[in-house]
Ligand binder design. Structure first.
Ligand code: ADP
Ligand code: MG
Length: 478
């Protein structure tokens, strides 16, 4: 970015709460059903129906508030936000306006080795709208109202971020947190976690904010970063060419990698918010708060600290191994079952296993190697039954078969050879076959030692114990 300018970014993140039924009705929230089979009359606001608040949505919102150290409103109110759009046939969305359920809180992010605190202004409950479908309708649009009424928690940040990188770090942190709390499944392809980014620029050193544009509905970390960077560049160029930024809503086009104007402030709706007459205010008692607090799980930050002290992990491993509850649980299982040093377990999970899962695009919960079988592998490496190199071969078999590590080592004859007699015999043969190189070593060419180690390992198909090979070679070559 141009060094005379500074960007200011605030995010509004919509998280679908993982409740079984909708926020004001008993209709199912399951994703992927036949269009319009879950569009109940309450979600559609048919005449004569009455919404009833889903208690689980309230609990999940309060859980979130507590995890970000926010004020929980003892009294909050639902309001109607009036606007017309084809995916909202009832003409208003039930949301919260003046009295949201979650007030000011914060989240700490790490960027380039530094910790920065990002303020959360508020988080409010609301219902999701339906979805327009533009494919397979021959120039027309279809409407699927299954999503209408799915509970959303809209999390609004302070304009505290200064780079796209910070915005992505904040979004990732939130994503990790809502999954830890098990209040949202975090599935971004299915739209369970989506982001609107507010972006403005100002000359460095200026206190007032510039005029912001809001980029709507970004559903991947990669696109958030690209869309924000693109928007920053656009605004700087515009101002430097004598123009002014207008407050507007823009859409990010990921194919063209650009943002496009959707509507300006003048065309913006006046939502005519008013308290929803069909819904009672929400009271949160101290009892409910203490009950929810008592059930808060260990949060990512605490877990990371504990992993560092209890398991002697470095920051990088601790970060990877606490990136989700599933990964953390898997690691702790492996440590427990293998009875080995936690750092060996950590290395094999963050190394070999993570790489294989990435390649196969699998979550650890769908890993073809469960914690028990993985522990079997790590245990045999730790007790020197196999070398690390052979460990990678065993890993491949574990991945592709249902056998245990012990069975694989046995069947494939992969056990490390520590029998000094056997190693000596092989070394003798190799020394005879490579007399010239042996002389070179004795004449002071120390690099030849590696050559011999390689030859012996090759002859033993990688199964020789490296420490023994080194020891015997040293003696025979001296
Ligand atoms: P609205 O509901 O109209 O979008 P809000 O006041 O709720 O307006 O702000 C929405 C988001 O915009 C918040 O995340 C806030 O931090 C951010 N924001 C406000 N002013 C600016 C600005 N000048 N530049 C960048 N972001 C801003
Ligand atoms: Mg907004």
């Amino acid at each position: 970015m141009n060094t005379q300018w500074e960007a200011v970014i605030g995010l509004e993140i919509h998280t679908q709460l993982a409740t079984k039924s909708k926020i004001f009705s008993g209709a199912s929230t399951t994703y992927g059903a036949e269009p319009n089979t879950q569009a109940c009359i309450i979600s559609l606001g048919m005449p004569g129906v009455l919404p009833v608040l889903n208690e689980d949505a309230v609990r999940k919102a309060v859980t979130f508030g507590m995890a970000i150290n926010a004020e929980i409103a003892p009294y909050s109110v639902f309001a109607r936000k009036n606007y017309f759009y084809p995916d909202l046939p009832k003409g208003y969305q039930i949301s919260q306006f003046e009295l949201p359920i979650v007030g000011k809180g914060f989240l700490d992010i790490d960027v380039d080795g530094e910790t920065k605190r990002i303020g959360v202004t508020r988080a409010h409950l609301e219902e999701d709208a339906g979805k327009s479908l533009h494919e397979n309708f021959h120039g027309l649009s279809g409407i699927d109202l299954n999503r209408a009424g799915t509970p959303l928690l809209e999390i609004v940040s302070e304009p505290d971020m200064r780079t796209a990188k910070e915005a992505v770090a904040y979004m990732r942190k939130l994503h990790e947190l809502v999954r830890y709390l098990e209040i949202c499944d975090g599935n971004m392809q299915e739209g369970s976690f989506r982001c609107d980014a507010n972006v403005s620029v100002r000359p460095k050193g200026q206190a007032e904010f510039g005029t912001r544009a809001e980029i709507k509905n970004i559903n991947s970390f990669k696109f958030v970063e690209k869309a924000i960077n693109h928007e920053i560049e656009r605004q700087i160029e515009l101002i430097e060419n004598g123009g002014t930024v207008v407050q507007e809503t823009r859409l990010y086009d990921s194919v063209k990698d650009e943002t496009r104007s959707m509507r300006s402030k003048e065309e913006a709706n006046d939502y005519r918010y008013f308290p929803d007459p069909d819904l009672l205010p929400v009271f949160i008692s101290d009892e409910l708060k203490s009950e929810i607090k008592a059930h808060l799980p260990e949060l990512p930050e605490e877990k990371k600290l504990r992993f560092k002290t209890d398991y002697h992990l470095n920051d990088e491993s601790a970060t990877i191994l606490t990136s989700s509850r599933d990964v953390a649980n898997y690691f702790e299982e492996v440590v427990k079952l293998s009875h080995c040093e936690s750092t060996i377990c950590a290395n094999w999970i963050t190394g070999e296993l993570s790489a294989a899962l990435n390649r196969a695009d699998l979550d650890i919960s769908d890993s073809p190697i469960d914690a028990t079988r993985f522990a079997g592998l790590v245990a045999r490496i730790a007790d020197d039954t196999i070398s690390g190199k052979i460990g990678k071969q065993v890993f491949e078999f574990l991945w592709n078969t249902a056998d245990s590590a012990d069975d694989i080592i046995e069947k494939q004859g992969l056990k490390q050879i520590t029998d000094t007699g056997a190693i000596e015999a092989i070394i003798d043969t190799i020394l005879v076959a490579n007399e010239k190189q042996a002389q070179q070593y004795r004449d002071g060419n120390e690099k030849m030692f590696g050559f011999f180690v390689g030859q012996v390992m090759k002859a033993m198909q990688g199964k020789g114990n490296p420490a023994e090979i080194n020891k015997i070679l040293k003696i025979k070559l001296s």
